[in-house]
Write a protein that binds this ligand. Structure first.
Ligand SMILES: [Zn+2]
Length: 296
């Protein structure tokens, strides 16, 4: 294991930093185990397969350990039940909100330290992100249970197999994107909306920086405790989030077009070698739903 000596981004102690995943490792493992070939590709470098997801030295062992109990909670109570199609109500407590904050915190720190991308935002946005980062850090450091500053929202994705007449044109991989991808972004719109987006396969977490409690998301907010109902139909989302998903899916689609012929052949070979995994796989379902959409 590689060891890095630097300041931990949570507790601030100079320490041996551990290589940690940006997306939790159980999500990466799940994606790998349920993929047909057992390999994953990054959308920015589609010609390279990787086995273990992206890892960076950001936190010390103590802090990584601190995170793991909330990660385990989310994995066991929310992520796996939903991906195993248990669609009934899920009771949750404060650990769910804290997990959401942890993901938002990781994303801001990642952009700040690894990609140096906080510099692309104008000063007012950067200021808000840094203020939120400091609040999240303090909240995580003291093991806070609930907070009423920034609202977390969870959206459960599912396959789209038919479209209403007023729906915008959907990209050919929209279902693959919605159900089979891991994605993360700091999203800013001209209307002053700023949120951290963390998509873990079929579960999307939005942590709002401004407005802290958006009015156009109804039925998706996470409180200190409550009941999640993944199959409820009465949630309201703004159309802008659909356009955002379309944009993200298109980006993945564009990158797939960069695949070299040799890589495409390799993928087909791996597919054929794993024929038994093709039936009943989530990938196949998503592909079929995408094909159905395109033929409508
Ligand atoms: Zn630490």
């Amino acid at each position: 294991m590689k060891i890095y000596r630097e300041k931990c981004r949570l507790c601030g102690e100079p320490s041996k930093l551990e290589l940690g995943h940006i997306a939790p490792s159980f999500v990466i493992k799940y994606l790998k185990n349920t993929s047909i070939t057992g390999y994953m590709r990054r959308s920015d470098e589609p010609n390279i397969t990787f086995q273990d997801g992206e890892k960076h030295p950001l936190f010390c062992r103590n802090c990584e350990n601190k995170f793991s109990s909330d990660e385990n909670y989310f994995a066991k109570e929310v992520f796996f039940p939903y991906h195993k199609r248990i669609l009934g109500p899920i009771k949750y407590d404060y650990r769910l909100g804290r997990f959401c904050i942890l993901q938002a915190f990781r994303k801001i720190v990642y952009n700040e330290v690894i990609t140096n991308k906080l510099s692309i935002y104008k000063p007012t946005i950067r200021k808000r992100l840094i203020k939120a980062r400091d609040f999240f850090r303090e909240f995580l450091m003291v093991g806070g249970k609930t907070q009423n500053e920034y609202s977390n929202h969870i959206i459960f994705a599912n396959l789209i197999d038919n479209v209403g007449s007023n729906m915008p044109q959907l990209p050919p991989n929209i279902n693959m994107y919605l159900t089979r991808s891991v994605d993360t972004a700091i999203v800013y719109s001209e209307k002053n909306k700023l949120f951290i987006y963390n998509k873990l396969c079929k579960i999307m977490i939005l942590t709002f920086i401004t407005p802290r409690k958006p009015r156009d998301y109804e039925g998706t907010r996470i409180y200190g405790a409550g009941t999640l109902n993944p199959s409820r139909c009465d949630i309201t989302l703004p159309v802008s989030i659909l356009h955002f998903w379309i944009d993200r899916a298109l980006k993945v689609n564009e990158s797939q077009e960069k695949l070299t012929n040799a890589q495409q052949e390799l993928i087909i070979k791996r597919f054929l070698k794993n024929e038994d995994r093709i039936l009943n796989s989530e990938c196949t379902e998503a592909h079929l739903a995408d094909e159905k959409l395109q033929s409508n």
